[in-house]
Design a protein around this ligand. Structure first.
Ligand code: ATP
Ligand code: MG
Ligand code: MG
Ligand code: MG
Length: 463
């Protein structure tokens, strides 16, 4: 008998098919008419498949009637059009094999709804919940779309190192890598001492692959990287993780306008794919997580993003009635509350902010003629704030060297980066999208910890 995924079994066209499904029991209820209804889920979609198990089954009393949430089963039978509302087909079982029991006394995911905080304590079990399953399918869709979009636009997928010596963002939010000295450890037999550098040289976990990415863009034209990124964010916000995934395209011969266009097309493509391929999950988020998220995403793909300069944004913020915890004035970095005001109250949708003060942005961004601003762009979205940070890079050797000196960086440490400007320099630009923030925006999930499989935040690295 053919094993069929529940996402396919639930389609109307599957009625009449003899098949087998493999999954986990969500609920079971026994009917007076001599059969049981078992709701089975296999992760391929949000909805369960209803199984009708007749009392004639050989193991009906000993096993079928003892099934509880979490048990794993292999069920063979025939798909029939379902008389019940909300489902096209149901499976009429002729065999139910139990692979693994789940003691209802100790299995935590009973019918009761658990808070997201509680579920974080069971990071290994929460993929079995509806919400987390839906999040993971949307996250998967976004990852697929990222690769497809860049592939279709001629970008080459490359990889940059996770262990690196450069603090690209200059924000001092790096984790240091240490070498475990096994000899000392064996001799002492005592507690592990982590006091060695990366083979005697300081090294860190990457905060961005951009600088290395530029080396490939200035040779191969258009590239992107997509990998884990680390920041020692010693704060607890709903949009920062110590380990997150970042997509970083970088393109030679791109200026800031090209970069902004790329970012907007890219986001719209991701959103469109989620609407087209994750309909059931998106409906779920719309009903259970954030009312209106579906319409929001639908409308965003249809109209152009807003555009403002940083200077214009500051004027709006200074002259609005909102009360902010952090005061704003020209030269200060925007906080989440300001970004949210701009997107939620002012523009009422995504907005691309450009031309930030040079003093609050990293050394590699291209400086304007008056030296006050840089060719930076941040894409801000309602609910989340900054989702993309990007810029046109400084391609002029002399200006870059001056900016590095101002930032207190040693030229010797960046000799290879400067070489890119010494030999055949070209204008180029790129950006970084935080994968988790994109997932947050599309799903309406409030906390970034709930859109990544194993969130890493201060104090949380166990499993
Ligand atoms: P923020 O202002 O929110 O701290 P940032 O300006 O420090 O972000 P960038 O260095 O511009 O971030 O990184 C590019 C993108 O990576 C951001 O736009 C965001 O989507 C994502 N990102 C940055 N830091 C984090 C983090 N700690 N956790 C999750 N995503 C992050
Ligand atoms: Mg930051
Ligand atoms: Mg920022
Ligand atoms: Mg940024």
């Amino acid at each position: 008998m053919d094993w069929i995924r529940i996402v396919d079994a639930r389609k109307p066209v599957s009625a009449g098919t003899s098949c087998e499904v493999r999954g986990w029991v969500r609920t079971r209820r026994d009917s007076k008419g001599g059969f049981s209804f078992i709701e089975v889920n296999d992760g391929s979609c949000l909805g369960n498949l209803q199984v009708v198990a007749p009392s004639e089954l050989a193991n009906y009393a000993e096993q079928v009637q003892k099934l509880t949430a979490g048990c794993s089963v292999v069920i063979g039978g025939k798909l029939e059009a379902s008389p019940a509302k909300g489902q096209a087909t149901e499976l009429h079982a002729n065999s139910v094999r139990v692979l693994g029991w789940a003691d209802p006394e100790t299995y935590p995911l009973q019918k009761k709804r658990h808070s997201f905080e509680k579920l974080r304590e069971w990071a290994h079990l929460r993929p079995r919940t509806n919400t987390f399953g839906a999040v993971m399918r949307v996250r998967n869709q976004i990852c697929q779309s990222i690769h497809t979009f860049f592939h279709e636009h001629g970008f080459l997928y490359t990889q940059t190192p996770i262990i690196t010596a450069s603090d690209c963002e200059g924000a001092g939010e790096m984790f240091r890598v240490t070498t475990l000295d096994l000899e000392t450890l064996a001799q002492s037999g005592g507690p592990v001492k982590y006091e060695y550098d990366f083979f005697d040289k300081p090294a860190f976990l990457t905060v961005s692959g951009q600088l290395e990415g530029e080396t490939f863009a200035t040779a191969l034209g258009r590239i992107y990287t997509f990998g884990p990124t680390f920041r020692a964010e010693n704060s607890n916000t709903s949009r920062h993780l110590a380990e997150f995934w970042m997509v970083e395209p970088e393109a030679a011969f791109f200026d800031l306008a090209d970069d902004m266009r790329l970012a907007e097309d890219f986001l719209k493509r991701i959103f469109t794919d989620c609407l087209n391929h994750c309909d059931e999950d998106m409906q779920f988020f719309n009903e259970r997580i954030q009312k209106g998220v579906l319409d929001q995403i639908r409308s965003v793909v249809e109209r152009p993003f807003g555009h403002m300069t940083y200077t214009e944004a500051i004027e709006v913020l200074e002259n609005c009635d909102a009360k902010f915890d952090f005061p704003v004035s020209w030269g200060t970095d925007l906080q989440a509350e300001h970004e949210r005001f701009l997107t939620e109250q002012h523009v009422k949708g995504p907005v691309i902010l450009t031309d930030y003060p040079a003093t609050i942005k990293p050394f590699y961004m291209r400086v304007s003629d008056d030296g006050k601003t840089v060719a930076a762009m941040d894409v801000l979205v309602p609910g989340v704030g900054e989702i993309i940070g990007g810029s046109q890079r400084e391609e002029r050797l002399d200006v870059l060297v001056r900016r590095m000196a101002e930032a207190g960086l040693e030229e010797a440490d960046y000799w290879w980066y400067l070489d890119l400007r010494r030999f055949g320099t070209v204008p180029h630009a790129g950006f970084g999208l935080g994968l988790e923030r994109a997932v947050q925006y599309v799903t309406g999930m409030a906390n970034i910890r709930d859109v990544i499989p194993f969130p890493r935040t201060p104090g949380n690295a166990e499993f």
